[in-house]
Design a protein around this ligand. Structure first.
Ligand code: 5GP
Ligand code: ZN
Length: 110
């Protein structure tokens, strides 16, 4: 998606502080962190959000979920919060599916 912010980060057209990368996934620091550690984990392939998943995405989603604690551990997080906002009514601002990892000090209450 040429007009998608996170696709541009994947393509290296917009800079980001990358924390983890493999052939399918990218994790980078949120530009406006809501906790001491705030990462966004995305599939490199554009998917709008959870509402747009199909059976063909099952393996990719499995990989993404499995990598969340790996990435959190790399950030020295013993515990963390994962959020994914889906759709305008779910508070989604960037329409390239992403999982927030929030942790460290100053984790806001929920
Ligand atoms: P959403 O509200 O869609 O769940 O979360 C979007 C997140 O993307 C927000 O936490 C926001 O701070 C972050 N964000 C927006 N633009 C950029 C950007 O250009 N770079 C990075 N690293 N994060 C961004
Ligand atoms: Zn995208």
């Amino acid at each position: 998606m040429s007009d998608c912010l996170f696709c541009k980060i994947v393509a290296g057209e917009i800079p980001a502080r990358v924390a983890y990368e493999d052939d399918q996934l990218l994790a980078f620091h949120d530009i406006n962190p809501k906790a001491d550690t705030h990462l966004l984990v995305i599939p490199k392939r554009h998917i709008d959000n959870l509402n747009h998943l199909t059976e063909a995405d099952a393996a990719l989603m499995g990989q993404l979920l499995l990598k969340l604690p790996v990435i959190a551990r790399q950030q020295q997080l013993n515990g963390f919060r994962t959020i994914t906002n889906t759709g305008v009514e779910g508070g989604q601002d960037v329409f390239h599916m992403h999982f927030h990892i929030l942790g460290g000090a100053n984790l806001p209450g929920f």
